[in-house]
Design a protein around this ligand. Structure first.
Ligand SMILES: NC(=O)c1ccc[n+]([C@@H]2O[C@H](COP(=O)([O-])OP(=O)(O)OC[C@H]3O[C@@H](n4cnc5c(N)ncnc54)[C@H](OP(=O)(O)O)[C@@H]3O)[C@@H](O)[C@H]2O)c1
Length: 257
C-alpha cells in the first residue's frame, strides 16, 4: 500500500487526483484550509474505496501551514510515496490592481510552499530509492501572464531542474501544465470565463489520467491533451508581443468586486 499527499485536495484538479488515486488503492493525506470539507472528502473516499484518508488542515500561505505539511512529509514512520503540490489560486485583477499582500500570498503558495514541500518529500524518498512529485503549474508558465504566469514558470523551471538533479535516485519529479480546466478556480478569482471558447476547456479527471501516465513514463514536463500540445507549439513560434496581448486577455475578464 502506498500513500499520496495532495495539497488543495478538496476541489477541482486536486479532488480529481484524490478520486483517481483512491480508486487505484492508495492511502491519502488530504491538505486544504477547510477542515469540514476535508473530513467529508476523507469519509467519502474511505467508504467508497476502502482506503485510509488522513486530513491535514493547513493554509499554505502561512508559515504554520507550510511547516505542518513539511512535518508530515518528513515523518519517516509514515512515508509518503507521491506528493501532488496542487493548491493554488488566481488573484482578481491585473498588475497594480492586486494588493502587494495578495501578490506575495500567491508567491508563498505557488513557489515557497512548493519548494519546501518538494524538499521535505524528496529527501526521505531519495533515501528509500523511490517516490514521485507532481507539481501543478499551468500553460500560463509559457506566456506573459502577470504574477500568476511568472509563479508557474518558476514551478516548471524548478521542477525540471530538481528532476535532473535527482535523476538516478529513483525519485521522479514532474511539472504538470494544464490549460483551462472547469473547477472552482475562476469563480474564486472572480474571473469571467465567457470569452474562453468551449474547445479550450479540459476535464479534470481526464487531465489527471494523462498526468499519471506521463509520470509513469518518466516525463519531467506534462502538457496533457493534444489541443494544448499543438497550442504550445504555436506559442514557441509566436512573437512575444503578440503572445502577451492575447494571453493578458484570455480568461482575465474580471467581474465587479
Ligand atoms: N482551473 C484551471 O483552469 C487551471 C489551469 C492551470 C493550472 N491550474 C492550477 O491547478 C491547481 C488547482 O487549481 P483548481 O483549478 O483545481 O482550483 P480550485 O478548484 O479553486 O481548488 C483549489 C484547491 O486549493 C485549495 N487551496 C487554495 N488556497 C489554499 C491555501 N492557501 N492553502 C491550502 N490550500 C489551498 C482549496 O481548498 P481550500 O479553499 O479549502 O483551502 C482547493 O482544494 C492550482 O495550482 C492552479 O493554479 C488550474
Amino acid at each position: 500500500m502506498t500513500t499520496a499527499l495532495i495539497t488543495g485536495s478538496t476541489a477541482g484538479i486536486g479532488a480529481a487526483f484524490a478520486r483517481r488515486l483512491a480508486a487505484d488503492g492508495h492511502d491519502l493525506v488530504l491538505v486544504a484550509r477547510d477542515t469540514q470539507r476535508l473530513q467529508e472528502q476523507a469519509t467519502e473516499l474511505h467508504d467508497r474505496h476502502g482506503i485510509e484518508a488522513e486530513v491535514v488542515t493547513a493554509d499554505l500561505a502561512e508559515e504554520d501551514g507550510i511547516s505542518s505539511v513539511e512535518k508530515r512529509l518528513g515523518d519517516r514512520r509514515r512515508p509518503v510515496d507521491l506528493l501532488v503540490n496542487n493548491a493554488g489560486f488566481g488573484n482578481k485583477g491585473r498588475f497594480l490592481e492586486v494588493s502587494m499582500a495578495d501578490e506575495l500570498r500567491m508567491l508563498k503558495v505557488h513557489c515557497e510552499a512548493v519548494l519546501r514541500l518538494t524538499a521535505a518529500a524528496t529527501a526521505p524518498m531519495r533515501d528509500r530509492g523511490r517516490g514521485g512529485v507532481v507539481n501543478v503549474a499551468s500553460v500560463a508558465a509559457f506566456v506573459p501572464r502577470g504574477t500568476y504566469g511568472a509563479s508557474k514558470a518558476w514551478v516548471v523551471q524548478f521542477t525540471q531542474g530538481a528532476a535532473r538533479d535527482l535523476a538516478g535516485t529513483g525519485v521522479r519529479l514532474m511539472a504538470l501544465c494544464p490549460g483551462f480546466v472547469r473547477t472552482e478556480f475562476h469563480e474564486r478569482a472572480g474571473m469571467g470565463t465567457d470569452n474562453i471558447p468551449g474547445w479550450m476547456w479540459l476535464d479534470a479527471d481526464k487531465l489527471v489520467s494523462s498526468a499519471l501516465a506521463d509520470l509513469a513514463r518518466g516525463k519531467a514536463l506534462s502538457v496533457p491533451d493534444p489541443r494544448y500540445k499543438a497550442l504550445m507549439g504555436v506559442v514557441k513560434l509566436a512573437p512575444r508581443g503578440l503572445l502577451g496581448g492575447v494571453s493578458s486577455r484570455a480568461g482575465r475578464k474580471y467581474g465587479p468586486k
